[in-house]
Design a binder for this molecule. Structure first.
Ligand code: IPD
Ligand code: CA
Ligand code: CA
Ligand code: CA
Length: 261
């Protein structure tokens, strides 16, 4: 199994944050919860997990830059490397007692994501990948599914919340896609959606207007497992646009045709 020093730092931080989140998850009714916008929750658990990850990563690599959901952006002395962190992906699930959420940590080098870790603490599933080295879940090598028929495939998405203006587009996607495939799932963690494509559990995933911290780690894990990952609008910069299509290589073209229609 590969695994660089950076990857070990990322895994250690993800597991430590995962333990803090798991503890908060057992006492979720005692957390201070606030709303950043309609349907967009943040709690003490998100903030604590982010602080844990930041101190682990910045102690180990003090020169790297930083971009995280709750704490914003900091330029590092080394302008070529940056951590991209979502301390808790799936906050809405977490706060409703649904055990489907994860920690997401990615490393960017010269504008490319070179390593990613997505840690599902409730299930103790650590998804990880490094560019050129393959993708793994704990100690098992990951490979996308081989399904190539739309009617046998299942796809995941996220539906925009809180009255976001891109909701009608997603509803139109669903109207086209649902009759053509075996099912659509909406589980509420984009990082895990991408990791599940890598694991062959979903055949594909699409979502609009995600943030860099939602997709950076999952993207490299999915790609290293053999998935195609592209921006929804050909030519757009994926982390900037946040609108993503990902699928196993056999179904990608057919799936993308339905979504980009
Ligand atoms: C959310 C999750 C969800 C997606 C939302 C994201 P958060 O992240 O990834 O699946 O549909 O758009 O904001 O807020 O739980 O970190
Ligand atoms: Ca959030
Ligand atoms: Ca997120
Ligand atoms: Ca989050």
């Amino acid at each position: 199994m590969p695994g660089s020093a950076n990857l070990n730092v990322m895994m250690k931080a993800a597991r430590k944050a995962g333990r803090s989140l798991a503890k908060d998850f057992r006492e979720v009714e005692n957390l201070q919860v606030s709303m950043k916008g309609a349907g967009d929750f943040v709690s003490r658990a998100d903030i604590n997990a982010e602080q844990i990850i930041k101190s682990e990563l910045m102690n180990a690599r003090p020169t790297y830059g930083w971009l995280a959901e709750e704490g914003g952006e900091e330029e590092g002395k080394d302008p070529t490397r940056r951590w991209i962190v979502d301390p808790l992906d799936g906050t809405t699930n977490f706060l409703h007692g649904l055990p489907h959420w994860a920690v997401s940590i990615a490393l960017e080098h010269k504008g490319q994501i070179v390593a990613g870790v997505v840690y599902d603490a409730p299930k103790d599933e650590l998804f990880w990948a490094e560019k050129g080295e393959g993708a793994w879940m704990n100690e098992t090598r990951l490979r996308v599914s081989g399904r190539h028929k739309m009617i046998e495939s299942i796809f995941a998405t996220g539906v925009p919340f809180g009255g976001r203006s891109d909701l009608p587009k997603t509803l139109q996607d669903l109207a086209r896609l649902m009759p053509a495939c075996a099912g659509v799932r909406r589980w509420g963690s984009a990082a895990l959606d991408l990791a599940y494509v890598a694991a062959g559990r979903y055949d594909g995933f699409w979502e609009r207007r995600l943030k860099p911290w939602d997709i950076a780690a999952g993207m490299v894990i999915a790609r290293e497992a053999g998935a195609f990952v592209e921006p929804m609008d050909a030519g757009a910069e994926l982390l900037e646009s946040g609108s993503i299509i990902c699928a196993n290589n056999a179904i990608f073209e057919k799936f993308a045709q339905v979504i980009r229609n």
